[in-house]
Write a protein that binds this ligand. Structure first.
Ligand code: UDX
Ligand code: UDX
Length: 436
């Protein structure tokens, strides 16, 4: 199949590379000239495990190329995916200006039948609006179909998620479009679920909201664990062993962040309110999430008494491990809050340092190039993102370097018993120790 993907970000680039890997001819289109030149020169602007090899291999095999011309993409492919951002407005509703613009751009260069697929996360009924827009702006009345095909990839394991999806959701009522979509996904050998466009769009918001709900649920349980001396890790294992519940997305911690959950939950709330059927449960999900960070800072404050002028080491700045993405990272919010309270923060992240510098956030925090450097003379070590390599650090050396041996583990990465044996005072999330 000949496929083009408009938007070469985390979603578009990984999707394009995986489609090429299974043998399709893929054109990645982006309106950012600098990004296109970077990609053409073989440099991958984001870190995602396995992505660089995938892109290089498929570019060399001439199955993948990059362009800034939407006309090039639309003329030379049967199916055009849209993977541009759908950022939130300040009231939580979705800003669809990029989607609308791309729909017009496609309409202006559309000369014969094409399938236009929305991969970006959009409110229910957006597919209809995309179709109306294309129809309105296309001067020659070309036939086309608009399909919804939401992405479910997680950053940090996006290639794996795309190559081995749990399911592929295809929202369309056109047999012609469905046949082309099936051909695209055939090599992935995943269960295909065919729905109408509205249901496919809803599946994405409902799935992400449910996952966020699971996280907030376990975080709410962690509060009860702290109040009673129970261990949330054991509770999560106990309830997660029930197949109807499942253990995944029951990791208590500082709460969810990233470029999807916060915006998608806010969007789903806004959509439900616009429809006059407010989804209030999701407001509580948001509230619990926000409280997790506040409770953590309180725990630091209660233990250290005054945060002003305290030397605090923070490990992890990305919104989750195995990515360089620091957008909407709870770790970044935490560092900002600590700086606001006058603490001297020294922070390290294995992959997020370049992006955090671009973000120009936390100007008072000092960024260092190793976890060891971060803890020198620190009065507490905070783990904000659960990078697995942090677990394998030499903790006797860490203890020697720190001024006072306190660990606040915001992601329950470390084993409390081992840390206590090293001589640390250890605080996790919902792990037996009552909140100070
Ligand atoms: C985005 C959305 O945030 C998400 O809701 C959706 O599910 C998929 O697309 P992401 O891939 O993470 O996710 O966005 P980003 O990394 O910002 O990449 C978007 C790309 O689109 C950028 O490279 C940008 O230059 C490009 N773009 C944007 C266009 O090519 N045309 C536009 O009109 C706007
Ligand atoms: C999410 C969805 O998982 C994916 O299907 C969708 O398409 C895009 O949004 P992503 O945001 O990349 O993916 O990462 P994810 O692994 O879902 O983590 C999101 C946030 O939740 C992170 O901040 C992570 O730290 C947090 N999280 C996740 C928890 O706090 N506890 C958990 O148990 C799982």
């Amino acid at each position: 199949m000949e496929i083009s993907i408009v938007g070469s970000g985390y979603v578009g680039l990984v999707t394009g590379a995986c489609f090429a890997e299974v043998g399709h001819d893929v054109i990645c289109v982006d309106n950012d000239d600098r990004k296109v030149k970077t990609l053409q020169s073989g440099i991958i602007p984001i870190y995602e495990p396995g992505l660089e090899e995938l892109v290089h291999r498929n570019v060399a095999a001439r199955r993948l190329r990059f362009t800034n011309s939407i006309e090039d993409g639309v003329s030379n492919s049967q199916v055009i995916f849209i993977a541009v951002p759908t950022p939130p407005h300040s009231d939580g509703s979705v800003d669809l200006t990029y989607i609308e613009r791309v729909a017009r751009e496609i309409a202006n260069v559309l000369k014969s039948y094409r399938v236009i697929v929305d991969k970006s996360t959009v409110p229910v009924k957006t597919g209809q609006k995309v179709a109306d827009t294309i129809r309105r702006y296309n001067k020659i009345g070309v036939e086309f179909d608009v399909v919804s095909n939401p992405e479910f990839l997680r950053e940090g394991c996006a290639v794996e998620d795309l190559m081995h999806p749990d399911r592929v959701v295809i929202g369309t009522n056109s047999e012609r479009a469905l046949a082309l979509m099936r051909t695209i996904y055939e090599p992935f050998m995943a269960p295909v679920m065919v729905t109408d466009v509205n249901s496919a769009e809803l599946i994405k918001h409902a799935a992400n909201s449910f996952l966020a709900l699971k996280i907030s649920y376990i975080n709410a349980v962690s509060v009860i664990c702290e109040a009673t001396g129970a261990d949330v890790e054991k509770v999560a294992a106990g309830i997660g062993a029930d197949k109807r519940i499942g253990r995944s997305f029951l990791n208590a911690g500082l709460g969810y962040g990233g470029s999807c959950f916060p915006k998608d939950i806010a969007a789903f709330i806004a959509i439900s309110e616009q429809l006059g059927t407010p989804f209030n449960l999701l407001k509580e999900v948001q509230r619990i999430n926000q409280r997790q960070l506040e409770r953590f800072v309180k725990k630091l404050r209660d233990t250290l008494w005054v945060l002003k002028d305290k030397r605090l080491a923070v490990w992890g700045l990305t919104f989750k491990p195995d990515t360089d993405d620091v957008r909407n990272s709870v770790a970044v919010d935490l560092v900002n809050e600590l700086c606001r309270e006058g603490a001297h923060v020294t922070a390290y992240d294995p992959k997020g340092m370049a992006k955090i510098r671009e973000l120009k956030l936390c100007p008072d925090a000092r960024l260092v190039s190793s976890p060891i450097e971060a803890v020198r003379d620190a009065e507490a070590l905070i783990i904000a993102t659960e990078w697995p390599q942090f677990e394998n650090t030499d903790f006797s050396e860490i203890k020697r370097l720190m001024q006072t041996p306190l660990i606040f583990d915001g992601r329950n990465l470390l084993d409390p018993k081992t840390m206590t044996e090293f001589g640390f005072q250890y605080y996790g999330i919902g792990r037996g120790l009552p909140a100070a």
